[in-house]
Design a protein around this ligand. Structure first.
Ligand code: IVH
Length: 680
């Protein structure tokens, strides 16, 4: 490579890495795997080593971007939170040891091998045993103060248990990771799926997205966990070794790593690393490697650090697990809105601790792009150790008679010709009476997040749809006892229970019915906002564009432009308006929410106008906060406006505010206003 080429490539790599850092850190939505990210970093480091004239400050450490978000108070770590050099190769791990052997002139060095927890780095400070602060890594020097959110973590004690013979340090910064268990991750994703919201790719992203919520009560709804594995600043300094520290942390009552290994010399280290790889899938948190640390704190200090990472520790990363298996079949599922999703039915294969037998193929284009065929052997990977994905086909093992997969032209359930709208990747069955769609719609309608009708499991729903008793949602309220009794023997009691549950559901809360309608983009919280605003199903169904917007801006707190358009579009369809009429006719009388009483009143009587893009809050979020604090949001500036809350690229409203002398505040000031009442 010529220097000119190298210079170009280095610049391109830096740019690409910066994009991925942004996605990973600030948005918690990475687009590439850690493995691919590390490969970019390594390529950059390799080029910089060869062409030092173009080198920057980067080194081949792990992601060391900057997780700080506006809206949080910045806090400077007493000791920087460094990252670790990392490797995927046994040889480089041995090289790490050789460097230390050379430095200390002895072979028998003691190490501790720990799981590398795949969470979000955090530093927790205890002063004389009291939890005083939790801060994210940020850029390593300073991070975001997330103390309020961290206090919602059940396993993080507010006070350390005293340990005999170990006086409580005056100040100690303890380092660890915040994470979500797999079960909690799945629970939240399921809730989001039911609400029609985008799913999180893996627990790490969800944990990162959660701890950076500005609304602490939202954080508390998700069960975050924490594990602590290291010490930063400590006054008076901690003597001893890493293994002793693990024990001390445990005695203080802090959650620590499930297991660690003490190893002398690199062969023992390597054995421990492999043992960890065997055991780690049974751990409560996701792990993506092993961290090898010199045990003795004194030797750690002697080894010191480079600008980015300590010389006394290294992360050995396990490559994302992949397995090759055969696609026995491709089935196509039909969703609530008729979207056809192809699914690979795999020859079951053990992957990252569980058996994988299905993987989504996303859509028609994805299959064509990867040329995935029935009978192919494919590489399957668990992204973030959770959702299996088909990475690629192994062309060498393709059967001779294989033919490209032909995506169905007709709905596999009702036989209607499918459609693909130009602006969508999805292929749909346009028949709203398709039994698959009816089943899904009904399943959603009666689910916990909607009408919450007990006794309507999927087998029952299948039976009702199959017999033609339920063709549309309101039919559920017209079921006849004598029909239901034909479904089996001894079903009197369950039938009566079911009918009673259905009867009771007629008077459920309004938001449940709104959510149950399955309006695109409208989840639980939007349904609640709509219920609070419209207070009546027919009013919602009859709402026009003007009821949602003032000019281009949405006027209902919690309901943004996309959602408003989706709602208006939904009820523009005669069959959806008919649905509302039929529900009411069937006796459904949902209850509007009580008018709010109590709560915060710091902004009582204050009228806000929002304009421009705020650094961290969406307009909907800001609106919701204003209303939660008793204030109002208006679409236009007048003399009655109390404040204009302005963000970047604010337009004519800002000019108008200045003209009328209305106070203009930014997000930081807004937060101070809220904080005056104990919010934000
Ligand atoms: S020690 C100065 N130990 O991985 C080194 N880090 O890739 C401090 N991590 O920044 C880190 N498990 O966020 C250490 N057992 C463990 C870890 C661990 C996960 C994270 C941590 C660190 C990153 C480096």
């Amino acid at each position: 490579m010529t220097p000119t080429e190298a210079k170009k490539r280095i610049a391109a790599l830096r740019k690409e890495i910066a994009v991925h850092d942004e996605l990973y850190y600030r948005q918690a939505k990475p687009k590439i795997s850690d493995f691919d990210y590390d490969a970019l970093k390594r390529e950059l480091a390799g080029l910089e080593a060869k062409f030092p004239q173009f080198a920057g400050a980067d080194s081949p450490t792990e992601r060391i971007g900057d997780d700080r978000l506006e809206g949080f108070v910045t806090y400077r770590h007493r000791l920087p939170m460094q990252s670790l050099d990392n490797t995927y190769s046994e040889e480089e791990l041995r090289e790490f040891h050789r460097r230390l052997v050379k430095l200390f002139d002895r072979e028998a060095l003691d190490y501790v091998v720990e799981p590398k927890v795949d969470g979000l780095a955090v530093s927790v400070t205890y002063e004389r045993g009291q939890l005083v602060r939790a801060v994210t890594r940020g850029n390593g020097e300073e991070g975001d103060d997330i103390t309020a959110n961290a206090r919602t973590i059940h396993s993080l004690p507010a006070r350390l248990k005293p340990v005999q013979g170990h006086p409580m340090p005056d100040v100690i910064e303890i380092r660890g990771e915040i994470y979500l268990t797999l079960a909690e991750f799945q629970r939240i994703n399921q809730e989001r799926e039911e609400a029609g919201e985008e799913l999180y790719a893996n627990p790490r992203n969800l944990a990162a997205g959660t701890i950076k919520q500005l609304d602490t009560s939202e954080v508390a709804r998700r069960r975050l966990e924490i594990v602590l594995y290291g010490v930063g600043y400590c006054e008076p300094p901690l003597a001893g070794a890493q293994h002793g520290y693990h024990e001390l942390v445990k005695h203080w009552g802090l959650p620590t790593v499930e297991r660690y290994w003490r190893a002398t010399g690199i062969d023992e280290v390597w054995r421990s690393v492999q043992e960890l790889d065997q055991l780690r899938h049974a751990f409560a948190y996701a792990t993506d490697g092993a961290v090898v640390k010199l045990d003795d704190f004194r030797l750690q200090r002697e080894a010191g650090s480079t600008a980015k990472a300590p010389r006394w520790a290294i992360a050995y990363k396990f490559a994302a697990e992949r397995a090759e298996t055969r696609i026995n079949d491709i089935t196509v599922q039909v969703g609530r809105t008729g979207v056809l999703t192809p699914v690979a039915e795999l020859e079951p294969v053990l992957l990252a601790g569980s058996t994988v037998s299905r993987a989504t193929l996303h859509n028609k284009d994805e299959i064509a792009r990867k040329d995935i065929r029935i009978g192919d052997y494919v590489l399957v990977e668990k992204a973030g150790e959770v959702i299996p994905a088909v990475i690629a086909v192994n062309p060498k093992r393709r059967p001779e008679a294989s033919r490209p997969y032909h995506f169905p032209d007709r709905c596999p359930v009702c036989g209607t010709a499918v459609v693909q709208l130009e602006e969508e990747v999805a292929t749909r069955c346009p028949n709203v009476a398709c039994p698959a769609q009816v089943r899904r719609r009904l399943g959603h309608f009666v689910s916990k997040a909607c009408l919450d009708i007990d006794g309507l499991g999927s087998a029952m729903i299948d039976a009702l749809v199959e017999r033609g008793w339920v063709k549309e949602l309101p039919d559920i309220f017209r079921l006849r006892r004598e029909d239901l009794l034909t479904l089996g023997k001894n079903v009197e009691k369950s039938t009566d229970n079911l009918l009673a549950a259905i009867e009771a559901a007629k008077q459920c809360e309004l938001w449940r019915v709104i959510h149950g309608l399955g309006i695109p983009h409208v989840g639980v919280s939007a349904s609640k906002d709509l219920a609070a605003h419209f207070r009546d199903l027919e009013r919602l169904a009859g709402a026009a564009r003007e009821d949602f917007f003032a000019g281009k801006e949405s006027v209902i707190s919690g309901i943004g432009g996309t959602m408003a358009a989706a709602i208006v579009g939904f009820f523009a369809e005669p069959r959806h308006r008919q649905l509302v009429t039929d529900l009411l006719e069937a006796g459904v009388r949902p209850r509007a929410p009580e008018k709010r009483a109590g709560g915060s009143t710091v902004l009582a009587g204050k009228v806000f106008v929002l304009t421009g893009t705020l650094p961290t809050l969406t307009r909907d979020e800001a609106g919701a906060r204003i209303e939660a604090a008793g204030g109002k949001v208006s679409g236009s500036v007048s003399k009655k406006t109390s404040y204009v809350l302005a963000g970047a690229e604010a337009g004519s409203k800002l000019d108008k505010a200045r003209e009328l002398g209305v106070p203009v505040i930014d997000e930081a000031e807004f937060r101070r206003l809220l904080a005056a009442g104990g919010e934000g």
